[in-house]
Design a protein around this ligand. Structure first.
Ligand code: GAP
Length: 445
């Protein structure tokens, strides 16, 4: 992260270049929900692909799952969410606003913004009450008590509920994991901070089922593996740290949790949580469903309820961290340049195809080059404006390579490849271009 980055700049760039838009903007927006534009979708897809690759494709011991957002309501009784997934809230009788009782210091009084809620001359706060964060809806034609269902607040419970199905069908045995990427919903009270904390968000969670004596070993393993994942995708080491939770911070299911924190412009905050959930979830679901959720080891005759180690990350929060870390400003040819130094695997567009001029057969050859690369990676053809302006546009969305077709290209079928970071230009034969870019994408220079 450069020292020029601020959250306001990230918000502005995200809107200006089509990464993130406020939801329902034409109707005035909807509190703390966001839509992802063309480059945002591409970046998110790349984040999710990188996670899925590391968790499922590159491993023999983790399989995938896609469970429903709506689950049987008993799921949330068993998981403890109905009872414990709450925040303490206070209402102000004077202004009618609601605040988290434990975060008054982070908020302003709406009537007197120079003080915190409760400190203004008219403030009249109620006692704190527990407020459940799950969003409700109802199933079926009649809305009554029995039709209430919840939008899942985490993807994890769908994994626990399918433990037996996956165990039986995937021929795995502990230690093995089930990975899932999907939407979750929480009626968060304190939102703000752009896409850091939203009410609808996407999670990347993996539940790793292990023999109980091995839980601590795997907990440490996943702390290390998950931190490395961020570093390999380019987050700066200085902006990442591990923070073990204090005992009074632990979630109701956890016997030990550490957060991987990132230094956002607003300070150190959680990027991902890694929890040792013990056998809490499988035992709870076994009790509430009456199903046996355990593993029988035929070799030893041993029967046990596996412990679970869970790395749980958020797609939106990762995307924000990658944007913040990549953001930079410098000066090129006397002009200020905003550049996203995103890792090439994450960059929405991998290569821009730019004819130097819009005549002399250059656009035709540029289309040929575009068609050559298109099946291999997301590319963008652009012939509008000066070459300098087109480079800047691509720098701003993080495109690592700009391929320029010039008059020499027509003579010898070579193009120049400009590197976003070093600004070095290589002359490359068109036939060799796919291999040249793919090598760089794979980290081979
Ligand atoms: N299954 C465990 C679990 O859900 P969590 O710490 O509540 O743990 C895991 O969530 C990750 O999901 C967080 O580290 C964060 O990246 C993301 N996340 C949680 N709540 C979020 C929200 N309201 N908006 C955006 N991301 C969120």
């Amino acid at each position: 992260m450069s020292d020029v980055v601020t959250m306001d700049k990230i918000v502005a760039l995200s809107k200006r270049r089509g990464f993130v838009f406020p939801t329902s903007e034409i109707y005035g927006g909807l509190g703390s929900t966001y839509d992802y534009g063309p480059y945002g979708v591409a970046l998110r897809r790349n984040v999710k692909d990188a996670w899925w690759h590391a968790m499922v494709i590159e491993r023999d011991d983790i399989v995938g799952l896609d469970s429903a957002i709506l689950q049987h309501p008993r799921t949330w009784e068993a998981s403890g969410h109905l009872e414990s997934f709450t925040d303490p809230l206070v209402d102000c009788r004077a202004c009618g606003q609601r605040f988290r009782a434990d975060q008054l210091e982070d908020n302003q009084c709406p009537q007197k913004p120079s003080v915190h809620p409760g400190e203004g001359p008219n403030c009249d706060l109620t006692e704190a009450r527990q407020f459940n964060l799950m969003l409700e809806t109802s199933l079926g034609p009649v809305r009554d008590e029995g039709s209430i269902v919840y939008l899942r607040p985490e993807t994890a419970q769908g994994i626990f509920a399918n433990f037996k199905n996956v165990l039986q069908t995937s021929r795995r045995k502990p230690p093995f994991g089930i990975a899932q990427i999907g939407k979750s919903f929480r009626n968060e009270i304190t939102t703000k901070q752009f896409i850091f904390r939203t009410r609808e968000f996407e999670q990347m969670e993996m539940e790793f089922f292990v023999p109980p004596p091995d839980a601590e070993k795997w907990f440490l393993y996943w702390l290390d593996a998950r931190e490395r994942w961020y570093l390999e995708l380019g987050l700066s080491e200085d902006h990442l740290r591990l923070r073990p939770h204090d005992p009074d911070e632990l979630s109701h299911y956890s016997t030990g949790t550490s957060d991987i924190e990132y230094l956002f412009p607003t300070g150190w905050q959680e990027l991902e949580g890694i929890a040792n959930r013990g056998d809490y979830d499988l035992r709870q679901h076994a009790q509430y469903s009456g199903e046996k959720l355990e593993y029988f080891d035929q070799a030893t005759g041993e029967r046990y309820v596996p412990y679970v180690v869970e790395p749980a990350a958020g797609v939106d929060r990762c995307m924000l961290a990658f944007l913040v870390d990549a953001y930079d400003e410098d000066e090129q040819e006397g002009e200020k340049r905003t550049v996203l130094r995103l890792h090439p695997r994450l960059a929405p567009v991998k290569a821009a195809i730019l004819p130097l001029v819009r005549k002399d057969g250059q656009p035709e050859l540029a289309h040929e080059v575009h068609d050559l690369l298109r099946p291999l990676m997301l590319t963008e053809y652009d012939e509008g404006g000066s070459i300098g302006r087109r480079y800047r546009r691509q720098d701003e969305i993080g495109t690592p390579w700009a391929v320029t077709i010039d008059h020499q290209s027509l003579e010898d079928r070579t193009v120049t490849v400009r590197d976003r970071n070093s600004l070095a230009q290589d002359r490359v034969a068109i036939d060799a271009l796919p291999g040249f870019l793919q090598d760089r994408l794979a980290g081979k220079e």
